[in-house]
Design a protein around this ligand. Structure first.
Ligand SMILES: Cc1cc2nc3c(=O)[nH]c(=O)nc-3n(C[C@H](O)[C@H](O)[C@H](O)COP(=O)(O)OP(=O)(O)OC[C@H]3O[C@@H](n4cnc5c(N)ncnc54)[C@H](O)[C@@H]3O)c2cc1C
Length: 467
């Protein structure tokens, strides 16, 4: 029987990062992946979606370029070519991960792992089975889309995000069930490429859980481009036509039932834990009511020697959170005193405009009894945003009114996903608004918006009138 210090099950951003760190620390490490190295993130999640978003944005900007003197005659979308480019990006990253594993002495086994006990993993590879004796196991098996009865994915008309990201033809129309970030990112792509978009969302706003004033701009943009959005609404049923080329849907809305039609349906109603091959209840591994594995801050489950990281461990389902947890698990296994002690996890939604946040919102800070100060700066007043032709949105800083400590930052606007890192660093380092205000930011750049919002909070605004 093969022996190892640690077997990592699942090669996503949680698992492969964990395996690399474990290898670096001298642990004999085996990484088992049943599908593709890089996991959902690289194959069918973060990376392909962002590749399509970048391409759609480029097309959209070129199409509207005449306003700034760029005339692109004969512009068209070659979706199969775009998909080939996207696939190239994905495989470059997957190959990179394989190289990094080799370089860090991580043995990668392509097969499906079954956790037999805390010290034994069985791997099915093709027709054969291999048993591994191990001192530690890290479960990093990720998540999968939630399916709704009556709305099962068929890969042609009724799609999950995976199929929607791989279309070879721009759909005439797309009915999106669920107005969360995955649905909105994907329909935003196809809308820019010419698809008519309809979004049906159960709650009273798109991107549930995100502050309303951040979401408003995204909704306005979708609608300006012709999207029909039904809030507090539910798709009661869908029916495919005889040719299998269109779907009819009945939607209950606050104003009564509506009949809709579309050439594709994207079902994006959330994701849940994926723990195939792990008979968690038989092994006695504790999960929460939704099935996510419960761990302590060192990623240890209740079963000694078994750790869980990433999406399978629960919210927030984000690649960078999975990777950090992977590092914690590897270092704890190697005997280091690490734990999930970060102050906050930044998040980004790649809609148009982008939304990003880190730390506490005003409501959350107030809820825990902090007296907060809010300050903001609009991109409409920022040189770089105007020169980029993206003047919509703002940066908001939530700080402690008593000592200026930065508690949270929310951004809606151009490159919000990039801008949020400075805010994350500020929170992690315990910076005050004055620290950000006193830091010289290069001009003209988008991060100046954060400096301007910080100046406003510190009582020293230059490019907005002091209230
Ligand atoms: C469309 C979409 C867009 C997204 N965009 C973003 C984004 O912009 N930013 C962001 O931070 N997050 C994004 N996410 C979420 C992100 O992809 C996940 O949070 C991240 O992939 C979680 O990493 P993980 O390692 O926990 O799991 P996964 O990436 O899901 O990897 C788990 C791996 O385990 C393997 N596996 C499962 N069971 C077994 C078994 N028994 N044996 C062997 N292997 C097994 C699977 O094949 C898979 O490769 C997006 C997700 C989707 C679907």
């Amino acid at each position: 029987m093969k022996e190892s210090d640690v077997v990592v099950i699942g090669g996503g951003p949680g698992g492969y990062v964990c395996a690399i760190r474990a290898g670096q620390l001298g642990l004999k490490t085996i990484l088992v992946e049943k599908d593709q190295l890089g996991g959902i993130c690289v194959a069918t999640g973060c990376i392909p979606s962002k590749a399509l978003i970048s391409a759609a944005k480029l097309y959209d900007r070129a199409k509207g370029g005449a306003a700034i003197g760029i005339v692109a005659d004969g512009l068209r979308v070659d979706l199969p070519a775009l998909q080939r480019w996207k696939a190239g990006v994905v495989s470059t990253l997957q190959n990179g991960i394989a190289t990094l594993c080799r370089g860090n002495k991580v043995e990668v086994i392509h097969g499906e792992a079954e956790l037999v006990s805390q010290s034994q993993v069985r791997v099915r590879t093709g027709g054969s089975t291999e048993e591994i004796k191990t001192k530690n196991v890290v479960i990093a098996t990720g998540s999968r889309p939630i399916t709704l009865p009556g709305f099962e994915f068929d890969g042609k008309l009724v799609l999950s995000s995976t199929e929607a990201l791989a279309l070879e033809k721009v759909p005439e129309s797309m009915l999106v069930i669920g107005g969360g970030y995955i649905g909105l990112e994907i329909c935003g792509v196809y809308q820019k490429l010419g698809t008519k978009v309809i979004v049906v969302e159960l709650t009273d706003q798109l991107l549930p859980g995100t502050e309303t004033d951040l979401v408003r701009l995204v909704q306005r943009n979708l609608e300006k481009r012709g999207a029909k959005i039904y809030l507090k609404s539910k798709v009661a049923s869908i029916e495919k036509d005889a040719k299998g080329s269109r779907v009819k849907a009945r939607v209950s809305t606050p104003d009564g039932e509506v009949a809709l039609e579309a050439s594709t349906v994207l079902v994006s109603v959330g994701r849940g834990p994926s723990a195939d091959g792990m008979d968690l209840s038989k092994l006695g591994i504790e999960t929460d009511p939704k099935g996510y594995i419960i761990t302590d801050e060192q990623m240890k489950t209740n079963l000694p020697g078994v750790y869980a990281i990433g999406d399978v461990r629960g919210q927030p389902l984000l690649a960078h959170k999975a990777s950090k947890e992977g590092i914690v698990a590897a270092e704890v296994i190697a005997g280091k005193n690490n734990a999930a002690d970060w102050k906050s996890v930044p998040w980004a939604i790649f809609t148009d405009p982008e939304i990003a946040g880190v730390g506490l919102t005003e409501a959350a800070a107030t809820h825990v009894g902090i007296q907060v100060k809010k300050s903001r700066f609009s991109f409409a007043a920022l040189g770089r945003a105007l020169t980029a032709g993206e003047p919509e949105g703002f940066v908001r800083i939530v700080s402690d009114a008593n000592n200026g400590l930065v508690l949270g930052v929310q951004i809606v606007g151009p490159e919000a996903s990039d801008l949020i890192s400075e805010a994350a660093l500020a929170i992690e380092m315990g910076a005050t608004v004055e620290d950000i205000a006193l830091t010289i930011h290069p001009h003209p750049t988008l991060p100046e918006a954060l400096m301007e919002a910080a100046e406003a909070a510190a009582g020293t605004p230059i490019h907005q009138v002091k209230l």
